[in-house]
Design a protein around this ligand. Structure first.
Ligand SMILES: [Zn+2]
Length: 478
């Protein structure tokens, strides 16, 4: 039982430790392992707090870099990025850096390197069937490859809350994790994925995985979703248009982003416009070619060969999307290139990446901000994450310039998170989320795979420290 005098004692200790940080230096461990004393334990806790606050990283000047960032259309050469703790303090030409500024900081010689903002994957799943060791392997590959944040688009929120805490305090090497609470019509909650993500509870009746009907109190459902620690609400599968709109309006009122599938049935793709983001570009094919389809399924796919960007309804959708302010989470990675589609396993009816690319290109040219989201993972043997291929696909299949593809994976993905004031560019005041590359990604987007170091909220993850071990993925049948 905690008593007031005890609390006072703890508070006094806390004040002393903040005022006299030397008190928090525990002796270096030597000899056989023994239990920590109370003071040592307390010191360890305070060091962790320092780490969390970014104070442990001090002040660092990344000197001599070429900066490529969405806030400035041209690369800036021979620059210094000054990082204080977890934030970017200043960005300045090296010539303007005075001796005094250097004195109080560690100088990291980044001469000849290229600095881009930390990459953000706007569509991952790390806990559909929660498997912590497996998730950690994927997250580790991502952080050492320049990914500083991911948007988890629904899984078991209990597992995601735990993972995101570990990432936040650097307990595990991982991008920061922002995740969704899911809302859908009751029919979706017989899907096996909802069962594995709700184990022990009833799918559709938990705050992170909620069935919505006309009888649901939407304000309460949104408030409960927020209580899970989720950053946003994902709208999925089946819901009528008026309920989609009601969720978006209430989430906006409570300051929570809404992330919707591009079409939720029997609503039309026009109903989720006004949400923060819409996912999966090829979903509009159903509405254009198969307008009578009433519910979500992969079974009755439309004939994608009949779809072109010239179709008046495609044009109408893109114009409405542009008008709405929603960003497009195109997820090119989920659509196989035409050459990889085979008739034998039913792939003949899948949307080819070439078409997904053309639709994404049309949206991009109309001025719709496009994010970089994968909704899939690269092979376990691949030392680089799927996000690299998604960014390359934006260039190859949707005609983005390398710079535009980097903007997609940084600023636009940050907008999808609702975190654009904290990340997505290399600007003072934002988190020190920076990737240093050996080669220029503007001359070849493949140079994103020349990571020297990933910096996440001031903490450095050197690529040289990463030894790739093939990721075994039990979710994929191992
Ligand atoms: Zn997904």
């Amino acid at each position: 039982m905690s008593t007031i005098p005890n609390r006072l004692a703890l508070l006094t200790a806390a004040i002393l430790l903040v005022a006299f940080p030397a008190l928090a230096q525990a002796p270096a461990p030597s000899g056989p392992v023994r239990p920590l004393s109370r003071d040592e334990f307390r010191a360890q806790v305070y060091r962790q707090l320092d780490t969390l606050a970014g104070r442990a990283t001090g002040r660092v000047i990344y000197a001599g870099v070429t900066i490529i960032s969405p806030d400035a259309p041209n690369p800036r050469h021979n620059m210094a990025i000054i990082v204080a703790g977890d934030r970017i303090e200043a960005v300045t030409p090296m010539a303007a850096l005075d001796a005094k500024a250097r004195e109080a900081a560690e100088v990291y010689d980044a001469t000849g390197l290229y600095a881009i903002p930390g990459l953000i994957d706007s569509h991952v799943h790390n806990a559909t069937t929660p498997n912590r060791p497996n998730a950690e392997q994927h997250l580790r590959r991502e952080i050492y490859s320049g990914v500083t944040a991911v948007r988890d688009m629904a899984g078991d929120v209990r597992a995601l809350a735990d993972l995101s805490r570990s990432a936040l305090i650097n307990d595990i090497p991982s991008p920061d994790i922002y995740y969704a609470a899911l809302m859908a019509g009751p029919s979706f909650f017989t899907d096996p994925r909802t069962m594995t993500a709700s184990l022990g509870l009833t799918p559709g009746q938990m705050p992170g995985m909620r069935a919505i009907t006309d009888d649901t109190s939407i304000p309460l459902a949104v408030a409960e979703a927020r209580g899970t620690g989720a950053t946003g609400i994902k709208i999925y599968a089946n819901l009528p248009g008026p309920l989609i709109k009601a969720i978006i309006a209430e989430a906006k009122r409570q300051g929570m982003p809404v992330w919707s599938h591009a079409q939720v049935f029997p609503g039309s793709p026009l109903d989720p416009l006004g949400s923060t983001s819409v996912s999966h570009i090829c979903m509009i094919a159903d509405w254009v070619l198969n307008p009578d389809k009433q519910s979500y399924s992969h079974a009755d796919a439309p004939d994608y060969s009949k779809l072109t960007t010239a179709n008046p309804n495609v044009q109408r959708y893109i114009a409405a999307l542009r008008q709405s302010g929603s960003v497009l989470d195109a997820t090119l990675s989920v659509y196989p290139p035409r050459k990889d589609l085979t008739a034998t396993n039913g792939d003949a009816v899948r949307c080819p990446r070439e078409l997904a690319g053309e639709l994404t290109a049309a949206a991009h040219e109309a001025g719709v901000p496009v994010t970089a989201g994968t909704d899939s993972t690269s092979e376990g043997t691949d030392p680089w994450p799927q996000l690299d291929e998604e960014i390359e696909s934006l260039v190859r299949f949707a005609h983005f310039t390398p710079y535009e593809a980097i903007v997609a994976a940084t600023r636009n993905s940050a907008i999808a998170l609702g975190k654009q004031d904290q990340m997505g560019s290399i600007e003072p005041g934002k988190f020190a989320n920076i990737v240093l590359l050996k080669y220029d990604p503007l001359t070849d987007i493949g140079n994103l795979r020349s990571v020297v170091v990933t910096i996440k909220r001031g903490h450095r993850f050197r690529r040289a420290d990463y030894s790739h071990r093939p990721i075994v993925d039990p979710e994929l049948g191992q």
